[in-house]
Design a protein around this ligand. Structure first.
Ligand code: PLP
Length: 434
C-alpha cells in the first residue's frame, strides 16, 4: 500500500512508515493512493466466509503487497479474535454488534489490529529497541489500546486520562492491567491530556530518547480493520444492498465503511448519525463546514466538535460535496430523543441499545421511513456494550442490566494509576525517569 498525505498529494510513503508516524509531518492524514476493488467471485461466495476469512481477503487486497499471506493470517488471528454478529431487531432493521472484543467497544478492532501490525514490524527490525506509545483518552480509546497492546514485547504504553472525568468502569478498564501499560491520572481535563501528548511529540529529547509513537484514532493501522466488519455484515445478509447507519464522532468508523464501498460492497447509503454535535450533518445540509467546541451528551464517545477524519471523508469524494451527498445522509439527535428510543426499543423489541447505537438506530429508521426505499436491508452499528453506560441505561429502563463477565472482572481489580499534574514538564519528568 502506498500512502499520501491529505496535505501533500505527491508524498508517497509505505504502510510501515505511515503506521509509526501516525500523522504526516505536514499535519495531513495518510490515505491510500489507490483502493482496489474486490472481484465478483468474492461477493458471490461471501455468505460462506467467516469474519477471519473476510479479514484475510480484504487485508490481502489492501496490504498484501507489504506483508506476506502467512504473516497476515497470524496478525488477523491475533487481532480479530472475537465475533461481530448481525441480529434482526424488527422488519428489515438489523443491528451489527461491534462490542464483543475485550474492551467492549468497536475500538477493539482498530486498536488490536494496529497493535499486531506494529508488533510484526518491530520484530522484523531485529533490534531490541522498544517503542513508547503515548495516548490521551477520554475513555474508550484508552481501554481498547491498553487491551490491544497488553503484554506485547518491546512496546510500552502510557495512557493519560483526566482524573475523575472518565466513568468508573472506564477507569477500571484503563488502570488495572499493569505490566507494559501505565495509566497516568492527570489532574485536569481531556484537553489537557491531549495537549500534553502533543507537546511530547514536539520535544526532541523525548522523541529521541524514548522512540515515541502515537496510537490515536487517525492512525492508518486503525482505519484498515474498520472496513472489514462492513463486508462481514453483508456476508450475514447477502441478498439485498445495504443502508448502514454509523454513530459518528471523529468519523473513523464511517471512513472504514467508505473504503468498503469503494472496494465494491453494495451500500446504497450511509447515514452519518450524530448526537447534537452535528458538525457533519450540518455540513451536508448547508455545505459549510464549521467545527466548534463540543457539547457533553449521554453518547459521550461522540462528543466531538472537530471531527478528525472529516478531511478523509472529503478526500474520498475529491472534496466534491455533490458526490458526498449521493452516498452520505446526515442525522442528529438530542439526549431526550436518545433516552426515549432506548426505552421504546427495549419495551417493543427487548433489545437494549447503548446511547451510541441508539443514535444510529434513530438515523436509520427515520431515513427509511422518509425515503420509501424498498428491497434493502437496514443496518445500524452498536459500537459499545450497553453495560459500559449502566448508570444511564438503568435509570432510563428503570431496571438493573446484566454485567458482562469481563466488566465484572475489571471492576474487582486493584486500580494502579500514577497521579501527574496537568503540565508538560511533569509529564516529561515522569517519562524520563520511568
Ligand atoms: C469512538 C466511538 C464512536 C465514534 O466513532 P468515530 O470513529 O470517532 O466516529 C462511537 N461509539 C462509541 C461507543 C465509541 O467509542
Amino acid at each position: 500500500m502506498q500512502l499520501y498525505s491529505t496535505n501533500n498529494k505527491s508524498l508517497n510513503i509505505s504502510l510501515e512508515e505511515a503506521l509509526f508516524r501516525g500523522l504526516s509531518s505536514d499535519g495531513g492524514l495518510f490515505l491510500p493512493l489507490n483502493i482496489p476493488k474486490l472481484d465478483a467471485t468474492f461477493f458471490k461466495n461471501i455468505a460462506n466466509y467467516s469474519l477471519k476469512d473476510i479479514a484475510f481477503i480484504v487485508c490481502c487486497t489492501l496490504i498484501g503487497g507489504d506483508i506476506s499471506a502467512t504473516d497476515l493470517k497470524l496478525i488477523i488471528d491475533e487481532a480479530i479474535n472475537f465475533d461481530a454478529p448481525v441480529k434482526n431487531i424488527h422488519d428489515n432493521i438489523y443491528v451489527l454488534e461491534l462490542f464483543h472484543g475485550p474492551s467492549l467497544s468497536f475500538k477493539d478492532f482498530g486498536a488490536r489490529f494496529m497493535a499486531s501490525l506494529m508488533s510484526y514490524y518491530l520484530k522484523r527490525r531485529n533490534t531490541d529497541n522498544s517503542i513508547n506509545i503515548l495516548v490521551a483518552t477520554s475513555g474508550d480509546t484508552g481501554s481498547a489500546v491498553a487491551q490491544g497492546f497488553f503484554n506485547m514485547d518491546n512496546i510500552k504504553i502510557t495512557i493519560l486520562y483526566p482524573s475523575e472525568k472518565v466513568s468508573e468502569i472506564q477507569e477500571q478498564q484503563l488502570t488495572t492491567l499493569g505490566n507494559n501499560i501505565t495509566a497516568l491520572e492527570i489532574d485536569g481535563t481531556f484537553d489537557d491530556c491531549q495537549r500534553m501528548v502533543k507537546e511530547a511529540f514536539l520535544d526532541d529529547e523525548l522523541c529521541q530518547k524514548l522512540n515515541l509513537t502515537s496510537a490515536n484514532s487517525i492512525n492508518i493501522g486503525r482505519l484498515i480493520p474498520q472496513s472489514i466488519y462492513y463486508f462481514y455484515t453483508y456476508s450475514q445478509l447477502p441478498n439485498k444492498p445495504l443502508i448502514i447507519s454509523v454513530p459518528s464522532g471523529n468519523f473513523g468508523n464511517l471512513s472504514g465503511g467508505i473504503i468498503a464501498k469503494k472496494m465494491g460492497l453494495p451500500v446504497t447509503k450511509f447515514i452519518a448519525s450524530t448526537n447534537i454535535n452535528d458538525i457533519v450533518p450540518q455540513y451536508l445540509d448547508t455545505g459549510v463546514y464549521s467545527p466548534r467546541q463540543s457539547i457533553k451528551t449521554i453518547a459521550n464517545a461522540m462528543d466531538v466538535g472537530t471531527p478528525s477524519n472529516f478531511i478523509r471523508l472529503s478526500e474520498f469524494y475529491s472534496n466534491d460535496i455533490t458526490k458526498i451527498r449521493q452516498d452520505i445522509i446526515g442525522r442528529s439527535y438530542t439526549d431526550d430523543e436518545i433516552r426515549l428510543v432506548i426505552k421504546k426499543v427495549y419495551s417493543e423489541f427487548h433489545y437494549i441499545l447503548d446511547p451510541h447505537g441508539a443514535v444510529a438506530y434513530l438515523g436509520l429508521t427515520d431515513y427509511l421511513s422518509e425515503s420509501n426505499i424498498n428491497n434493502v436491508n437496514g443496518v445500524f452499528l452498536e459500537t459499545a456494550h450497553p453495560a459500559k453506560f449502566f448508570e444511564d441505561i438503568e435509570s432510563i429502563l428503570g431496571e438493573k442490566i446484566t454485567m458482562p463477565v469481563s466488566l465484572q472482572h475489571a471492576m474487582e481489580q486493584q486500580k494502579l494509576s500514577i497521579k501527574v499534574k496537568n503540565n508538560f514538564a511533569a509529564l516529561k519528568e515522569f517519562l524520563l525517569s520511568s
